[in-house]
Design a protein around this ligand. Structure first.
Ligand SMILES: [Zn+2]
Length: 326
């Protein structure tokens, strides 16, 4: 039996994959890796994964959810667009082919030379627009699911855009806790990520979710992802979480303190390459240096996020964060 990963990677035709749907849910393939499920619920959901091709766990989660839906085990109430972001990169098990797809949304793909990822960003933007246009009057949600390159003090965390318009942050934080997310980073930066585009253009409640460390296909322990899987099942079925043990203030919330950009080829960090995300440093600590510049901790204490000295010149090499209250 062919599944959504097979179809997305070109191992079967859309029709061959769609015949395995024995449920009452109306399903359409809008493009390879883009599956539309009709629904009459009050919320419209975009659940995406594989924007970076080597972040396998969320791809497996989506595939399993679709299997459960197709078998009739899971009833879809809220309409949903499932997206596997970068099929060519997924096939090869790499983060991307030509450039980082998650920097090309909000139309940013138009300002680079045409490549695999620019074409894919354009296609995904049109699919998102088509979906949210059908469900204009619903409560829009977009979770773009990733895995981090390195380990982290918190296994699961969210990057939540807050830059252009008011959002009910408390509702958003509550939702994240029910999804099993341990920490949230409120980002006031306009970043051209996939989730930011849905937030900015369609006023969707959106976030990038980091669901543990990126691992090869067979090394994932899916039992580690049980909370997010159960949450997504409830979301699709439009049922409330009955778990009242979830404290509304257990989520750790951070804001961005510094965004450090690599501007010279000799850019390097002053800490080990194996460092975990959210590792704290005291004021004054030298974090990174490059020809003509040194970057220090400015606040009393800052934690680091997404260090990557190998990014292209002009790209972000590091974020630092400070705790904040809502
Ligand atoms: Zn990613």
């Amino acid at each position: 039996m062919m599944d959504f990963i097979d179809y997305t990677l070109g191992r079967c035709e859309a029709a061959e994959f769609l015949v395995s749907n024995s449920s009452d849910t109306r399903v359409e393939c809008w493009a390879p890796g883009v599956l539309y499920l009709a629904g009459n619920g009050p919320r419209s959901l975009i659940i995406s994964a594989g924007i970076h091709g080597d972040e396998t766990a969320p791809i497996i989660i989506i595939n399993q959810l679709i299997k459960q839906i197709f078998s009739g085990e899971l009833e879809v109430v809220n309409p949903c667009l499932f997206i596997l972001g970068n099929p060519d990169a997924i096939e090869l098990g790499v983060r991307y082919l030509d450039t980082n797809l998650n920097r090309l949304f909000c139309g940013a793909h138009r300002s680079i030379a045409p490549c695999k990822e620019s074409a894919r960003a354009h296609l995904l933007e049109r699919c998102v627009e088509r979906f949210y246009t059908i469900y204009q009057d619903t409560d829009k949600l977009h979770w773009d699911c990733h895995c981090a390159i390195r380990g982290a003090v918190y296994k699961t965390f969210a990057i939540v855009p807050i830059v252009t318009h008011e959002l009910s942050l408390l509702n958003h934080m509550d939702e994240l806790q029910h999804a099993g997310i341990q920490a949230a980073v409120l980002s006031q930066l306009a970043t051209n990520t996939f989730s930011y585009a849905s937030f900015q253009q369609f006023k969707a409640q959106a976030a990038t979710l980091e669901l543990g460390k990126a691992l090869p296909w067979h090394e994932n322990e899916m039992s580690d992802h049980q909370k997010i899987i159960c949450y997504l099942i409830r979301l699709l079925a439009d049922v409330e979480d009955e778990d009242e043990t979830i404290a509304t203030d257990a989520l750790i919330v951070y804001q961005i303190a510094q965004q450090i950009i690599k501007t010279q080829p000799d850019f390097h960090f002053n800490f080990s390459a194996e460092i975990d995300n959210f590792t704290p440093y005291q004021q004054g600590t030298l974090l990174a240096q490059e020809a003509g510049a040194e970057y220090h901790v400015q606040a009393e204490r800052e934690v680091i996020l997404f260090p990557n000295a190998k990014v292209e010149l002009g790209a972000r090499a590091l974020l630092t964060l400070t705790p904040c209250s809502l």
